[in-house]
Design a protein around this ligand. Structure first.
Ligand code: M6R
Length: 411
């Protein structure tokens, strides 16, 4: 049922405040006196120590699920201290790449039925790795055949283009990072900041009960009172809701789509946490709007892609505030110097800081700033909206793109 929406992809993009809420529900907890804020992942509780002790964590997936793992990789490395490597499932199997007993292999799949990912799982099991599943589908082959796992609880995703599952996968993997790093005193402040950041992403209607965060005046402005089921308790709930805020860019992205409708190609540059945003944004555009699009690591720009830059080719640069911001500013300057046609995704209030020659030199999409490791959840949404509107305007089937299936169950 599409409800008030015309397409499933549109519905699934717009229901992300709710899908993210269900992903987090019951998993963020107030701990004892020494740990004020913590994460509980029931499906992993007997295995978390083994994961912490692994020699390596290997993320394995395809398409959007691979991109979600790539977005989460830096925070897992930071909080766990365990080296993380990335594997596209088919490539791991083709190479028969090394997987060891001391490895934790994490299989990320919305459907839990992707043939390539299942073959990689079989291979990792044969090699004795601890196998963890991250899926949206209870009872799926990956959920059944891994040693333990986490369901992302994003709700049924019908559009072939994965949207809400992507953001829920990132949030689940951020929670995985918090759970693995839970015993390190040195990163406690960082972990608490991330938990606060998770709290600020979606509507907190369902979270308020399981987590007691102190409110500031800004939060109080958004406060509402919810009746919490049988307990007859009324608690304030925070409505900070960064995801709902970024969804308000819908019309702006439709206008941008009108400008890009006849283009042949689109490049997307990102780095750090948002290299994944570049790959995933480009994947969305190409798979539904059938426009050629490439996501690129901005650090690689001078090693080839710069040759493509001219006044015609549209280029999206992700330049929200994080440790890579100044490097992205310099990428923008270099693209600008070559008359690049720039569209910059930046943090709210940063338009002047990212547009070298003022607003005439580039188009700016301002998004709310959140904790750096959660920023990919916010940043992908304008690109999902752009892909959706481009497709509708170009007259293609947005929910069932040419030649694609929702679940790829053959090799
Ligand atoms: O069900 P899975 O997450 O394993 O599917 C993996 C890919 O086939 C899938 O993400 C595909 O790339 C999507 N259509 C992208 O939107």
């Amino acid at each position: 049922n599409k409800g008030k929406y015309e397409h499933y992809m549109q519905k699934e993009i717009h229901e992300q405040p709710e899908s993210l809420t269900t992903t987090m529900r019951g998993r963020l907890k107030r701990g004892g006196s020494t740990k004020a804020k913590t994460v509980l992942l029931g499906g992993l509780k007997d295995h978390i120590k083994s994961i912490r002790r692994s020699r390596r964590i290997v993320f394995i997936g395809c398409g959007t699920s691979y991109n979600a793992a790539l977005a989460a990789r830096p925070i897992i490395e930071e909080l766990s201290g365990v080296p993380v490597t990335m594997e596209i499932a088919s490539d791991l199997v083709d190479r028969q790449g090394p997987i060891y007993r001391e490895d934790t292999a994490v299989f990320v799949s919305q459907s839990g039925e992707t043939a390539d990912t299942l073959l990689a799982l079989e291979y990792a099991l044969e090699n004795g790795a601890l196998c963890v599943g991250i899926t949206n589908t209870v009872g799926s082959a990956i959920a059944r055949n891994t040693h333990c796992g986490i369901h992302i609880n994003a709700g049924c995703e019908i559009g072939v283009a994965s949207t809400k599952a992507y953001t829920s996968q990132i949030v689940v993997m951020a929670m995985l990072a918090l759970a693995i790093g839970d015993d390190a005193i040195s990163s406690q402040a960082r972990r608490e900041a991330i938990i606060d950041g998770l709290f600020d992403l979606p509507s907190m209607l369902h979270l308020a009960f399981s987590f007691n965060r102190s409110l500031d005046y800004k939060d109080l402005f958004y406060c509402t009172v919810v009746h919490l089921g049988k307990s007859n308790m009324f608690l304030p709930c925070i409505f900070a809701d960064k995801v709902r805020e970024v969804l308000k860019l819908d019309q702006e992205m439709k206008e941008l789509a009108k400008l890009l409708i006849a283009e042949q190609s689109l490049l997307v540059f990102g780095r750090g946490y948002n290299f994944a945003t570049a790959l995933e944004g480009a994947l969305k555009v190409k798979e539904v709007s059938l426009m050629h699009s490439e996501g690129m690591l901005a650090g690689e720009m001078k090693h080839g892609p710069l040759a493509l830059v001219d006044e015609n080719l549209p280029i999206i640069v992700i330049a929200t505030r994080d440790a890579c911001f100044s490097k992205q500013q310099s990428v923008i300057q270099q693209l600008h110097a070559r008359k690049g046609r720039l569209i910059v995704v930046c943090s709210k209030g940063d338009a002047a800081a990212v547009c070298p020659g003022g607003s005439s030199s580039c188009r700016v999409i301002e998004v709310p700033q959140v904790e750096d490791c959660l920023q990919p959840v916010v940043n992908i949404i304008p690109l999902q909206l752009l892909a959706y509107h481009l497709t509708v305007l170009r007259g293609y089937n947005v929910d069932q793109p040419r030649n694609l299936a929702k679940s790829v169950t053959t090799q």
